[in-house]
Ligand binder design. Structure first.
Ligand code: SAH
Ligand code: SF4
Ligand code: F3S
Length: 442
C-alpha cells in the first residue's frame, strides 16, 4: 500500500517518522507525497503544549471527512499525543484505526495487516526501558542533513514538561552503532549530521559520555558539519566544549534552553541550575568557542511567576544577547507537577509578558545578524529560498540562514557568500568569487 506520514513536534519526531518510513518500506509499502493517494495515513504527533495537541486533534477531524469518502483508508496516530491520550483518542475519534506510542513502532507493519483483516482498533502505547531501534534503518528525506537519534526518553522531569511521560525513561544507543550510522549517512551523500536527544549531553553508553561520542562522530570521514540538539545546561561539561573547540567540523552553535531567569522559578521548574550558573556557562562557552552562537527556549508565565521574577528573565536575555530565542507561554500539561502549583497570574498578564519578551529579543537577534554584514561566510546550500525561485537558502556553521542568488551554485555545495544585509531572521548576500575571497584575505 501507499503511505503518507505527517509529522508534528520536535526533531525527534522527524527522525522517528524516517524510522517508521524505513520500517514500512521494508514491509513492502511505498511512500507517496499525495495524501489523497495514500491507503495509510499516519500522523506523528506532539503534546508538548496544549496548542500542539489541539493542532493534531483538528487535523484528525479533517481526516474524518476523508475517511468517510474512502472507508478503506487506514488512519493511524503515532507519537507523543498517541501516548498521552491513548484510549481516549479512540473515544473522541472513533474513525482512527490505530494508535501507537513512540516505543511501539516495530509492531506497525504487523498491526497494519491485522487492522485490515479485523474490526479491532489496535492501541499500543506501552513505554519501554530498552527500545532504541538500533537495528533499524531510517528512510531519510533527501537533504544535506541526516538526523541521528542517539538516545530516547528523558529523566529530567522538568515540572512543566510532558516529555518524560510520553517518551519514558532515558536510554542511550551504543557509540559504535551511532558512528556506523553516521558513516552510512555520509555514504548516502549527507554532509551534515545532527545528533538528537531530549538532553543529548547526558548521553552515556558504558564509559562513553557525550564528549567521546561527539569526537567519534566528528572523526568520521566526510562529516563536514556536526550539530546536536538539545543539550541541558546542567550537563554541559568542559569536556564537551573542549571537543567542540578541537574539531573544526563541529558547528559553533549551541541551543541552550534557559526557560527562566529567576532562581526560585528555576527551582520550581526543577531545572537544576541557577541563574548565576547559566550566566557563567554562557560566558565560558564564548571564551572557549569564540564566535559561537547561542539560542534558547524561554517559558513565560510559569505558575506563580512574579513581575520581578519575569524581570530577571529579561535581565538574563539582555546580558547573554542570544542569537535567537524560542519563546512560549506556559501551557499546563495534565499529569505534570507544575499543574499542582498555585497560579494567581492571569492569562492577559502572561500574554503581555510574552509580548514584552519578544519585543526585547527581536532587536537583539537583528543586531547579532547585522554584525555579519560586510563579512564573508561559508554556507552549505540546502534548498530553494521561499522568497524567490532565483535564490538559494543555506546555513552558516553558526546556524544562520543566508539567502542569495543562485548563479552557478547547487544544493549540497559549500560556497562563500558575502553578507549584504539582514532581514527578519535571515541574512541576505551574494556569492563571492574565489578571487574576491582571496582579495579579502590579502
Ligand atoms: N528537551 C528539551 C526541550 C524539549 S521541549 C530541553 O530540555 O531543552 C521544547 C521546549 O518547549 C522547552 O525547552 C520549553 O521551553 C517548551 N515547553 C515544554 N513544555 C512546555 C509547557 N508545558 N508550556 C510551555 N512551553 C513548554
Ligand atoms: Fe522536558 Fe526537561 Fe526533559 Fe527537556 S529536559 S524534555 S524540558 S523534562
Ligand atoms: Fe512534542 Fe514529543 Fe517532541 S511532545 S516536542 S514530539 S518529544
Amino acid at each position: 500500500m501507499q503511505y503518507f506520514i505527517e509529522t508534528y513536534g520536535c526533531q525527534m519526531n522527524v527522525a522517528d517518522s524516517e524510522l517508521v518510513a524505513g520500517l514500512l518500506n521494508g514491509a513492502g509499502h511505498q511512500p507517496t507525497a499525495r495524501i489523497d493517494e495514500a491507503g495509510i495515513i499516519l500522523l506523528n504527533t506532539c503534546s508538548v503544549r496544549e496548542k500542539a495537541e489541539e493542532t493534531v486533534l483538528n487535523r484528525l477531524s479533517q481526516l474524518a471527512a476523508l475517511k468517510k469518502r474512502d472507508p478503506g483508508t487506514l488512519i493511524g496516530v503515532l507519537g507523543c499525543t498517541a501516548k498521552n491520550l491513548a484510549e481516549s483518542l479512540l473515544e473522541s475519534m472513533p474513525f482512527v484505526d490505530l494508535v501507537l506510542g513512540p516505543d511501539s513502532y516495530r509492531r506497525l507493519p504487523q498491526i497494519i495487516n491485522e487492522r485490515q483483516t479485523s474490526n479491532v482498533h489496535p492501541v499500543d502505547t506501552k513505554l519501554s526501558r530498552i527500545e532504541l531501534y538500533e537495528d533499524l534503518y531510517p528512510s531519510r528525506a533527501a537533504s544535506v542533513n541526516a538526523w541521528i537519534s542517539i538516545m530516547r526518553g528523558c529523566n529530567k522531569f522538568c515540572t512543566f514538561c510532558v516529555v518524560p511521560f510520553t517518551r519514558g525513561r532515558e536510554r542511550s544507543r551504543a557509540l559504535a552503532g551511532i558512528v556506523e550510522e553516521a558513516r552510512s549517512a555520509v555514504g548516502q551523500g549527507f554532509q551534515e549530521i545532527t545528533l538528537l536527544g531530549q538532553n543529548v549531553n547526558s548521553y552515556r553508553s558504558g564509559t562513553d559520555g557525550f564528549a567521546q561520542l561527539l569526537a567519534a562522530v566528528a572523526a568520521v570521514p566526510g562529516v563536514r558539519r556536526l550539530r546536536f540538539i538539545s543539550p541541558h545546561p546542567s550537563d554541559m561539561g568542559e569536556d564537551v566544549l573542549a571537543v567542540m573547540a578541537a574539531h573544526y567540523n563541529i558547528c559553533k552553535s549551541i541551543h541552550l534552553p534557559l526557560q527562566a531567569g529567576a532562581d526560585r522559578v528555576l527551582r520550581r521548574m526543577n531545572r537544576t541550575y541557577t541563574k548565576q550558573e547559566y550566566l557563567q556557562l554562557a560566558a565560558r562557552i564564548r571564551e572557549v568557542l569564540p564566535g559561537c552562537t547561542l539560542s534558547t527556549d524561554i517559558i513565560v508565565g510559569f505558575p506563580g511567576e512574579t513581575e520581578a521574577e519575569f524581570g530577571e528573565t529579561l535581565e538574563v536575555m539582555r546580558q547573554v544577547q542570544f542569537d535567537s530565542a524560542f519563546t512560549f507561554k506556559y501551557s499546563p500539561r495534565p499529569g505534570t507537577k507544575a499543574t499542582e502549583y498555585h497560579d494567581p497570574v492571569n492569562d492577559a498578564v502572561k500574554q503581555a509578558r510574552l509580548d514584552r519578551l519578544i519585543t526585547l529579543q527581536k532587536p537583539i537577534s537583528l543586531r547579532r545578524n547585522q554584525q555579519l554584514i560586510g563579512s564573508t561566510v561559508e554556507v552549505l546550500i540546502e534548498k530553494e529560498s521561499k522568497k524567490s525561485p532565483q535564490q538559494w537558502a543555506g546555513r552558516t556553521d553558526s546556524n544562520k540562514w543566508v539567502v542569495f542568488d543562485k548563479e552557478w551554485s547547487q544544493p549540497g555545495e559549500f560556497v562563500n557568500v558575502h553578507v549584504d544585509g539582514s532581514f527578519g531572521i535571515a541574512l541576505q548576500g551574494h556569492l563571492n568569487s574565489d578571487l574576491e575571497a582571496l582579495n579579502a584575505v590579502a
